[in-house]
Design a protein around this ligand. Structure first.
Ligand code: 9WO
Length: 257
């Protein structure tokens, strides 16, 4: 299979070693499941100081990334991806003004064959670059970072683990929290008693059907108590009679404690 192609525009290319060198994404990169090419906007600067930023029109604090070096870097990234046979690589800009990242967005992006990530620094990027070149502006949450790099890595990590073969067991990604619209159930491993705390009896029973039902109930219950917003969505898409029964039972046992 052709690797999933990531082209990243960044002033700090070495930050991306975090995804290519470690863990599940590191292994996927080594196995050429995805590839990552960085483009430093400084290499596209038009002056000898390699400047890529300037002060904002209208005044105010800080600096703004200039459109020209970024647009030229995007052109290079696009022609590289087109050379790989990727006809329409989407350009993604990471910013707090973007659409909020969800598992659905991750899935959608993972279905393509390549993406170009624009990582901003300073106070942001000249709006004309965004209007001209960016297909999707994505936020990973309502907070401000020092730049788009860590957000891009969050997105790359989430996308890569959706690619078939990345997780050893082909079912693994489907077991992830959020796939069924619910939070994960609690996990336990040895020892059976940790500082006086017992592993829930049912997990020691060997009864797989019972364990499965208990885990689903924990997922439902935790979603109800911690993320009622997610449960509303799940409810709107329809819950089985079994799921409703398990949740009612969980609510009941939580009132009486
Ligand atoms: C910094 C700043 C300083 C003084 C006054 C206003 C300011 N705005 C910013 C700012 O928003 N900087 C951003 C840094 C510019 C775009 C790249 N940066 C960024 C991306 N920070 N946080 C993100 C981000 C990306 C995706 N999801 C959440 C946050």
């Amino acid at each position: 299979m052709m690797p999933f192609a990531c082209d990243v525009l960044t002033l700090f290319p070495e930050m991306f070693n975090a995804v290519t060198q470690y863990g599940v994404t590191g292994k996927a990169w080594k196995n050429r499941i995805f590839e990552l090419t960085t483009w430093n906007p400084r290499d596209f600067s038009h002056n000898s100081h390699r400047t890529v930023d300037d002060s904002p029109y209208g005044g105010g604090p800080g600096m703004v990334m200039m459109a020209e070096p970024l647009e030229e870097a995007i052109m290079q990234a696009k022609s590289r991806q087109q050379g790989l046979g990727i006809t329409h690589p989407e350009v993604v800009y990471l910013s707090p003004q973007g659409e909020k990242l969800t598992h659905a967005t991750v899935k959608e992006l993972s279905l393509g064959s390549g993406l170009i990530f624009v990582c901003g620094r300073y106070e942001g990027v000249d709006e004309r670059l965004i209007v001209r070149q960016v297909d999707r502006e994505i936020s990973i949450g309502d907070y401000v970072l020092s730049g788009g790099e860590i957000a891009a890595m969050v997105l790359i990590d989430a996308i890569v683990r959706q690619i078939p073969d990345v997780l050893g067991d082909p079912e693994s990604a489907n077991q992830d929290s959020f796939v069924n619209g619910l939070l994960d159930y609690p996990h336990y491993t040895r020892p059976e008693i940790y500082r006086g705390d017992q592993v829930p009896e049912i997990l020691m029973s060997g009864n797989h059907a019972h364990i499965q039902r208990w885990r689903l109930q924990q997922s439902l219950g935790r979603t109800w108590s911690r993320r009622p917003d997610l449960l509303e969505t799940k409810l709107a898409h329809g819950m089985t009679t079994e799921e409703q029964k398990l949740l009612e039972e969980y609510k009941q046992s939580h009132k009486t404690r």
